[in-house]
Design a protein around this ligand. Structure first.
Ligand SMILES: *Cc1c(COP(=O)(O)O)cnc(C)c1O
Length: 417
């Protein structure tokens, strides 16, 4: 990647599995891309774990490509079992699931929803699209999850909901947040985009609030390209969620034979993916325990490899929140300042290893300033955004993890601190 930025198209060629190359020109192009970019270890590589193509072929043979067929039902059932939620509904993305959650909250213009600033834009957009105001609070300096004390202090008469983000797949302190939600009659939503398969006090992510949004984007653990799900724990929300997802119609009830025709009954949109996506996802969900096991192994390897650097104060390692288990979604390091963080990113990039920084805070982003509001100052968010970098972690990483570890170690041993 040296001085010439790799074009997006070239990057996608690079990460395609080799068996997909059918003609020589493509192979030559890939070689050229590798030469130009010199990427040795990408940050992420979409995983193919076994039966995805078989189930996609099966979906085609079944003759239904639109949504809510055989494979969508299988996926909904698998997600329900893993999350322990009362209902799971496949969506196009976590973004779509968050938008459904915001509709289910009955947000009105001027209502407020408390969330971390250290998150992806979709958490805030979902709220803004309803005319409501995202209220950004700081994160806990150890876990990087939303700080319940800050949430408590940010509640006003207009607050309607709290969205907790499970950063790096480790659940936020949901009991503390549930207590605040109960005291002020607020809806509690999990942005569990990164947390499929994680637990908090023995309970799975997806069952820890009123509703939860998951992502199956190709950068997450379980993938279908683009994809997501909304899970619900409250029985009173299930019917309406089905209606919102089916363009505001009661088509789901119609399919189950509960009404004899379907009609427009509420607001909604098209939030459901087609069967090809669901078929691919089914192949991934079948392998979820194995994917999680392998990624958690990578997480543990990084933790052990950098223990000495952490003891010397050169880096800070992830702090696993009490009574949680992760899913090996992400491994990050925090450096003492931005200058050294940026130097490490460049050092790794020169050696063909892609280790990006993460969220740019939402509270100070142009749209955050326009549509949202910061509750107090957010020093931990600002500092974390400046000092954190993420290391490569994906299903097929294999022994390349040792190259990453060697390069990071060499940076510090050669005086890069
Ligand atoms: C990835 C992610 C999203 C968005 O997921 P999509 O499926 O791409 O819409 C939302 N929130 C968080 C915290 C994420 O990590």
């Amino acid at each position: 990647m040296r001085n010439s930025p790799a074009p997006q198209a070239a990057f996608h060629l690079l990460i395609r599995p080799a068996r997909d190359y059918s003609d020589r020109r493509t192979v030559e192009l890939e070689k050229a891309v590798l030469a130009v970019t010199s990427i040795k270890v990408p940050f992420n590589r979409p995983s193919f774990v076994g039966q995805e193509l078989r189930w996609v072929t099966d979906a085609i043979e079944r003759g239904q490509l639109s949504g809510d067929g055989h494979f969508t039902q299988l996926c909904n059932q698998q997600i329900k079992e893993t999350t322990g939620a009362r209902a799971a509904l496949l969506t196009h993305s976590c973004t779509a699931a968050l938008e459904m959650a915001a509709i289910l909250c009955n947000l009105e213009p001027g209502d407020e929803v408390i969330m971390p600033s250290f998150t992806f834009v979709s958490t805030a957009n979902a709220v803004v699209l309803r005319g409501a105001v995202p209220v950004f609070v700081d994160i806990d300096p150890l876990t990087l999850n939303i700080d319940p004390a800050r949430v408590s202090a940010a509640v006003t008469g207009k607050t309607r909901a709290i969205i907790a983000v499970h950063y790096a797949g480790f659940p936020a302190d949901m009991d503390a947040l549930a207590e605040i939600a109960l005291a002020h009659d607020l809806v509690l939503i999990e942005d569990a985009a990164q947390a499929y398969g994680s637990t908090y006090k023995g309970r799975p992510a997806g069952s820890l609030g009123d509703m939860a949004a998951f992502s199956f984007h190709e950068t997450k653990n379980i993938i279908s390209g683009e994809g997501g799900a909304l899970t619900l724990t409250r029985p009173d929300l299930v019917d309406r969620a089905e209606i919102i997802r089916e363009k505001g119609t009661n088509r789901s009830r119609f399919f189950r034979g509960q009404v004899d025709k379907y009609t427009w009954v509420d607001i909604g949109s098209s939030f459901l993916p087609g069967e090809l996506i669901a078929a691919f996802l089914h192949g991934q969900l079948e392998m979820e325990p194995e994917i999680r096991r392998r990624r958690c192994g990578q997480f543990d390897r990084y933790m052990a490899a950098f223990a000495d650097l952490a003891a010397e104060g050169a880096v800070a390692l992830p702090v696993i929140p009490a009574q949680t288990t992760g899913n090996g979604h992400m491994f990050y390091l925090r450096l003492p300042d931005q200058q050294r963080r940026d130097a490490l990113i460049s050092y790794l990039k020169e050696r063909g290893i892609i280790a990006p920084f993460h969220y740019v805070p939402l509270h100070s982003a142009p749209a955050g300033l326009k549509y949202g509001r910061a509750a107090g100052d957010l020093p931990v968010t600002d500092n974390t955004s400046d000092c954190l970098l993420r290391l490569p972690m994906f299903y097929s990483l294999g022994d390349q993890i040792e190259e990453v570890i060697s390069a990071v170690t060499a940076f510090f041993r050669s005086g890069g601190r």
